[in-house]
Design a protein around this ligand. Structure first.
Ligand code: NAD
Length: 443
């Protein structure tokens, strides 16, 4: 099939490359002309395991191409995926300006049937607005034409991939959700995904939009739930890791997303929870459960900083080493990373921060002024009064901790992801603090 993807960011690029991989002809479009020029030179602007090899392969073979213009790029396509950003507005609403712009541009250049598919995460009823925007913005020549305007459909196909394993997730989805209002749209989307042989869930448009919001908010709820439990564990001498393990064996609960830590971040959970709270509010329901999820997440970061302050004493003029800046391992994405809030709070108290992340340094540069970005994990701990682990990159667990201890001024580790072997580190002589591991923290 001829497919266009509008928005070539984390979701759009992965979707485009993977759809080419399963046999379609794909054009990835973006209005960031510098990004398109980079892509046309075969340079991948984001880090995502496995993406670069596939992108180069299909670009070379001609099955994948890049364009800076919707009119040109989407001309031949029957299916047009919209994968532009939907950031938060100040009041928590999803900002749908980019979606509207794309709908308008597609409408103006449309001269044959198109299926527009929401891939971006959008609140329920966005599909209806896209449809209206297209009708209002079709080329004026169709007003008097005998044949009438070209037909089109709008569908929802929310994306569930996880950054860091996005290619793998796209190829092996737990399910593909398609929200459609016509048989034609259903048939086309089934055809797009047929090579994956995945479980396909067909719903109407609004239901598919809700599935995405409800899924992300539920996952955020699981994280905040175990984080809340971790706070009690600290006070009663229980180990949250064992609690999660014991809970996780129950099939009704499952172990996934029960990892206590400094809280969730990233480009999705914070904004999607905000948007769902707002959508609920507008529909007349006060989603107080989700408001608490958000509050627990914020408190988790604050309590981590308080723990550091409690054990380090004065933060002013202390040197704090940070391992991991990206919002999760195997990505360079720094959007709403927990590291940002923690580091800003430490800097506010007068601490100097030295940091290292395997892939996130380039993006961290502008977001973390005043932080000394170091060449590797060992350079970061030089002269440090304590070490914080904020992203669970594999390389940190296999570090040479004898070397680390030698380089530090005080051998104290705060493991914000319960990722390191706390017992082994304590045996080596480190003071080790995880999250909810049973060290009493009465704050
Ligand atoms: P992103 O910021 O990485 O990419 C968005 C791209 O759209 C950018 O390259 C931007 O230049 C481009 N763009 C904006 N307006 C445009 C226009 N008018 N024409 C052409 N291009 C335009 O965002 P992302 O992380 O890929 O997320 C995209 C959407 O997918 C969001 O709604 C997000 O919530 C959702 N989503 C993201 C993830 C994830 O893990 N990142 C997972 C599932 C769903």
């Amino acid at each position: 099939m001829e497919i266009a993807i509008v928005g070539s960011g984390y979701v759009g690029l992965v979707t485009g490359v993977c759809l080419a991989h399963i046999g379609h002809r794909v054009v990835c479009i973006d209005n960031d002309q510098a990004k398109i020029r980079q892509l046309q030179k075969g340079h991948v602007p984001i880090y995502e395991p496995g993406l670069e090899e596939l992108l180069k392969k299909y670009y070379k073979s001609g099955r994948l191409s890049f364009s800076g213009s919707i009119a040109e790029g989407a001309k031949k396509a029957t299916v047009v995926f919209i994968a532009v950003g939907t950031p938060s507005k100040k009041n928590g609403d999803a900002d749908l300006t980019y979606i509207e712009n794309v709908a308008r541009e597609v409408a103006r250049s449309m001269d044959s049937y198109k299926l527009l598919v929401e891939k971006s995460t959008v609140p329920a009823e966005t599909g209806k607005r896209i449809e209206r925007t297209i009708r209002l913005n079709m080329h004026p020549r169709f007003k008097n034409s005998k044949k009438g305007a070209p037909q089109f459909d709008v569908a929802s196909n929310p994306e569930f991939l996880r950054e860091g394993s996005a290619v793998e997730d796209f190829m092996n989805p737990d399910r593909v959700v398609i929200g459609v209002e016509t048989k034609r749209a259903e048939r086309l989307l089934r055809e797009v995904y047929a090579p994956l042989k995945a479980k396909i869930v067909v719903t109407n448009l609004a239901t598919a939009e809700m599935i995405k919001h409800a899924s992300n908010s539920f996952l955020a709820t699981k994280i905040s739930f175990i984080n809340a439990v971790s706070r009690i564990c600290d006070r009663v001498g229980a180990d949250v890791e064992k609690v999660a393990e014991g809970m996780g064996f129950d099939k009704r609960i499952g172990r996934a997303f029960l990892n206590a830590g400094v809280g969730y971040g990233g480009s999705c959970f914070p904004k999607d929870v905000d948007a769902f709270v707002r959508l609920a509010e507008k529909s007349g329901y006060d989603f107080h459960l989700l408001k608490s999820v958000r509050q627990v997440n914020a408190e988790q970061k604050a309590s981590f900083v308080r723990l550091i302050e409690d054990k380090i004493w004065n933060l002013k003029d202390k040197t704090i080493a940070v391992w991991g800046l990206a919002f999760k391992p195997d990505t360079d994405d720094m959007r709403s990373a927990a590291s940002l809030d923690v580091i800003h709070a430490l800097q506010h108290e007068g601490a100097a921060v030295r940091a290292y992340d395997p892939k996130g340094m380039e993006r961290a540069r502008n977001l973390l002024p005043g932080v000394k970005l170091c060449a590797d994990a060992y350079a970061a701990v030089k002269g440090a009064d304590c070490l914080l682990l904020l992203t669970e990159w594999k390389e940190f667990s296999s570090a040479d901790f004898k070397k680390v201890m030698k380089a530090m001024r005080q051998a104290i580790i705060f493991d914000g992801r319960n990722f390191l072997d706390g017992e082994a580190l304590s045996d080596m002589g480190f003071e080790y603090y995880g999250i909810g591991r049973g060290h009493v923290q009465k704050t």
